[in-house]
Design a protein around this ligand. Structure first.
Ligand code: CMC
Length: 432
């Protein structure tokens, strides 16, 4: 916990002067503590989109947007993507340290023993239209889980918080895979706990009861890496949503459903689906200039999907790993001259030499190349965001647990800059 301020900043306003404590985090810029500003100065701060506001203390993930650096518990994302695997990353995010061999041996079955869903949950799936977007299904089913696991919803009990956390990490692949199966009219495939996390997810997505399905280790490794790259990302919109929902003491399963809802939007997790749709719409390299011009036109709402980031202003380190992975996976899977990959690479090259994108520091983000890999694996675009949600679940949970255990935690309750009518008297309908 940050407890002592090293100095104070002074804010002069009207005839008042208010001292604000200044904290130095372990990494990143200093932080002014404005918590007492309203009480002492009768003034609010105004920061739509929270571009300059730290909403909490956190020891989980650090991003340096200028350097293009992403650390999980201090470990660089590229090292984790290359050397670690998703369940080890889950342990790291949840408990703060890489597990020993013995800890990992205990943790993996602890997760995999929770992969099955309560059998009754199947009926929730069957209530959806077949053409429902899988994000709608997983959001609904995740929310519905709050009515199934009553023995792990007391957020004041650390043991129940732990059980709820493990349940969600274990069950989310099953929920996402079944949302996919439901949308294509195939039978639900039950989890297999002898498979690793990524392989089990692929098995539940692509196996059918009529035939044996063998998971390709290349595909499984690529899938696992996608999970690792998406596992956490500091106080982004969906994580902040989970924290805000959780700050009222809400049911943990419902809090994660709130995160899923927020992730769905095209400015956030929905960008991976939108990015591949855009690359397909562009279709051929010769059409790229037309789309670049549209992205630059202020009268056109079109944006280059998979480009730009609120925090990264140099490059997105996840995109770098993802681009290498896309090359590797397509090569290993024997997919040559993938036209979408060609359009993506050329679009990146042209955009990065265009002053509009250079001046605004707009670079490809994680979503730009992930869709190409997921497409090659065989997923439809509608499954891209559910896969992001599956991977981000551990991050949401780690952040939620950190918040609940934080003694300074309060219900989230922002204020506003009111622009509505001043006091006025009610007018009877016949006099309006
Ligand atoms: N295409 C064209 N112009 C863009 C784009 C883009 N993708 N992104 C930002 N700009 C422009 C924007 O119009 C603005 O220009 P000006 O200064 O002339 O008004 C400037 O760049 C700054 O943009 P902003 O909207 O103020 O930046 P933001 O930090 O609020 O938005 C963003 C960040 C990610 C929402 C935005 O870049 C965007 O909409 N990108 C496309 C969607 C996308 O790929 N989202 C995935 C984010 S990474 C995965 C995740 O973590 O969710």
């Amino acid at each position: 916990m940050v407890s002592d301020s090293k100095s104070a900043a002074s804010l002069k306003f009207n005839d008042m002067e208010v001292d604000l404590p200044v904290y130095s985090p372990n990494l990143g810029p200093d932080v002014l503590d404005i918590r007492k500003l309203y009480a002492q100065g009768d003034v609010f701060t105004y920061d739509p989109g929270f571009t300059s506001t730290a909403s909490c203390e956190s020891a989980i993930t650090f991003i340096d947007g200028d350097k293009g650096e992403l650390l999980y518990r201090g470990y660089p994302i590229d090292q984790l993507a290359e050397k670690s695997h998703f369940l080890e990353v889950c342990y790291l995010l949840l408990y703060g340290e890489l597990p020993t061999a013995a800890q990992l041996d205990e943790f993996i079955p602890r997760v995999t023993r929770h992969t099955m869903l309560h059998e009754q949950i199947q009926y929730f799936f069957r209530g959806f239209r077949r053409d429902a977007h899988p994000m709608a299904i997983i959001c609904g089913v995740q929310g519905a889980m709050s009515s199934f696991y009553h023995d792990s919803t007391d957020i004041n009990d650390p043991w129940q918080r732990e059980v709820a956390s493990i349940r969600m990490i274990a069950k989310m692949p099953t929920i996402a895979a079944w949302a996919f199966k439901y949308s294509i009219g195939q039978p639900f495939i039950y989890p297999r706990n002898d498979l690793d996390y990524a392989s089990n997810f692929l098995h539940m997505c692509f196996a059918v009861p009529a035939e044996e399905y063998i998971v390709d280790p290349i595909v499984s490794r690529a899938m696992d890496r996608i999970f690792t790259l998406h596992a956490d990302h500091e106080q982004n919109a969906s994580t902040s949503t989970v924290r805000l929902a959780g700050s009222s003491g809400a049911n943990p399963f419902a809090c994660i459903a709130a995160g899923i809802a927020c992730l769905w939007g095209p400015a956030h997790g929905g960008a991976n689906e939108a990015a591949l749709n855009m690359l397909r719409e562009i279709g051929t390299v010769d059409r790229i200039p037309e789309f670049i011009e549209r992205a630059k036109d202020k009268d056109d709402p079109f944006r280059l999907m998979g480009f730009g980031h609120r925090v990264y202003k140099n490059f997105d380190p996840r995109a770098k790993v993802m681009k290498e992975s896309a090359d590797e996976v397509l090569d290993l899977m024997g997919i040559e001259n993938n036209p979408t990959l060609q359009v993506a690479k050329e679009l990146e090259r042209i955009a990065l030499s265009d002053p509009y994108f250079v001046e605004r520091k707009l670079y490809p983000n994680v979503d730009f190349y992930s869709g190409i890999i997921l497409d090659a694996i065989g997923f439809p675009t509608s499954m891209f965001t559910p896969i992001f949600a599956l991977a981000r679940t551990v991050g949401w949970i780690a952040q939620w647990k950190e918040m609940i255990a934080d003694p300074t935690q309060k219900i989230g309750r922002p204020r506003q800059l009111y622009t509505g009518e001043k006091n006025r008297d009610y007018v009877d309908v016949e006099n309006r």
